[in-house]
Design a protein around this ligand. Structure first.
Ligand code: HEC
Length: 417
């Protein structure tokens, strides 16, 4: 068996956010080695669960990323899972197993379920319907080609199928009011909604139909039974302590936390979560009024000397993006919620010792946490401009570019009052 260890060392050591990803290799003492489908809409969840389990076990995490989106009509070939589990990692995370069938791929075993996902009914928010039977007759319902929900029209002949080639198209049809409901894979819906300002217009509900519910498991081959047993043990303890629910809840877009993960229309693997090592921040206010005033004067003087990295227009557009995409986790005033505060002395502190490029790297590669890296480059730049302005940096005449933001060694310190 070849055990090549290609280390694609993407090493992000940025305050609370540290991710060490290495490619290849199998389980060894002190290492938890997992495979994650980077094409899965819930890949960030897989990372979350993997990081949390590795931390819980005191192991280093090794991640082998693969692209499970497959090609052609057949999707990702099932035997690839055997190969991954044999050659690349001890556990292949995020594999969804039909809750009604419990079938595992031949030659592989599954851990106990650690998450849950499935097909959901998506409706406009005002709609009272939470189930197919409650939709008015002749409602047209968007579905994606060759997915299980196509079969639900057989038992619900009062509904009209509107079949789309991709989940994205089906969601667009709903967004444009061409259909009044859709039946789609939950992680796809969550990922899509997390990128839209219209998110508030939709609601989704579990579908109570055959083969709509899935459990997420990790697949392994018999050589890694002990790793799987340790994984199950960690998951059980994180379930008991509430930590698993906390991790999963981070990705629940609406309503009560419901672990949601990724796809598996024709046997594609899924995904799981992410460990929020949130630095809780409470802006400390300075003692006396005199101190405050002196501090204010000092920072105004300082601000004059600060580099002008962005234009006001960029920051203003960035604010709009921030409110639409980031505010639900970081707060509309950047005060921090699930995610840490992004403004103030505890964020841009000497202790954190951030440079503009560091923060930009976090934002552009890891945010929004539920759909990392999915915004347009320009939108990341505008959001960065907004974060700088909020932290007391002055606007200038020259616009910030993506490459400048990424490379910037300008120290990030809070210069507000
Ligand atoms: C689903 C929730 C969520 C969304 C949406 C989200 N974040 Fe985050 N963000 C987090 C969490 C949780 C952390 C803490 C991660 C850690 O430290 O491991 C974080 C960390 C960060 C950090 C690092 C801050 C620090 O001091 O460690 C920055 C900067 C950031 N987010 C910016 C953004 C921006 C900009 C957006 C919008 C494009 C965004 N986030 C969207 C949850 C979210």
């Amino acid at each position: 068996m070849s055990r090549s260890t290609r280390k694609a060392g993407l090493k992000l050591c940025l305050i609370g956010l540290a991710a060490v990803l290495m490619y290849g290799g199998t389980a060894a003492a002190g290492v938890l080695s997992v495979c994650i489908d980077k094409s899965s809409p819930g890949a960030s969840m897989d990372y979350g669960v993997a990081r949390a389990v590795a931390a819980q076990q005191g192991n280093t995490l090794k991640v082998h990323e693969f692209d499970g989106s497959g090609s052609g009509d057949d999707g990702f070939p099932a035997r690839q899972f055997n190969k991954l589990a044999h050659d690349s990692c001890a556990l292949v995370l995020g594999y969804p197993i039909d809750a009604d069938e419990k079938s595992v791929l031949p030659g592989l075993h599954a851990t106990a379920p650690y998450g849950h996902t499935g097909f959901v009914l998506v409706t406009a928010k005002g709609s009272k319907a939470t189930d197919l039977d409650q939709l008015p007759s002749h409602t047209s319902v968007a579905v994606t080609y060759q997915t299980t929900p196509n079969l639900y029209f057989i038992d619900h002949p009062q509904l009209q199928a509107d079949v789309h080639l991709s989940n994205e198209d089906a969601l667009k049809a709903l967004e444009q009011n061409k259909v009044h409901a859709a039946m789609l894979w939950q992680p796809t819906v969550v990922k899509y909604l997390s990128q839209r300002r219209e998110a508030g217009r939709f609601a989704y509900h579990e579908l109570h139909e055959p083969h709509a519910q899935f459990n997420l498991v990790a697949l392994y081959d018999s050589g890694n039974a002990s790793v799987a047993a340790a994984f199950d043990k960690s998951i059980a303890s994180m379930t008991a302590s509430g930590e698993l629910a906390r991790i999963l809840a981070l990705y629940a877009e609406t309503g009560p936390a419901q672990p949601m993960v990724h796809v598996a229309v024709h046997g594609r693997p899924g995904s799981a979560w992410w460990r929020p090592r949130t630095r809780r921040t409470a802006d400390r206010s300075c003692g006396s009024a005199e101190l405050k005033r002196r501090h204010a004067t000092a920072s105004r003087a300082h601000a004059a000397a600060l580099p002008k990295l962005f234009t006001d227009a960029q920051a203003t557009e960035g604010k709009e993006k921030f409110l639409a995409i980031c505010a639900r986790c970081h707060g509309p005033a950047l005060e921090g919620r699930v995610g840490p505060a992004l403004k103030g002395p505890n964020f841009a502190s000497a202790k954190a010792d951030f440079h503009v490029g560091d923060v930009f790297t976090i934002v552009s590669q890891n945010m929004p946490a539920t759909a990392p890296g999915t915004l347009e480059h320009q939108d990341y730049v505008k959001i960065m401009a907004f974060l700088l302005r909020e932290n007391g940096y002055p606007a200038g005449k020259k616009a910030l570019t993506y490459d400048e933001a990424k490379a910037s060694k300008v120290e990030l310190r809070y210069h507000g009052t």
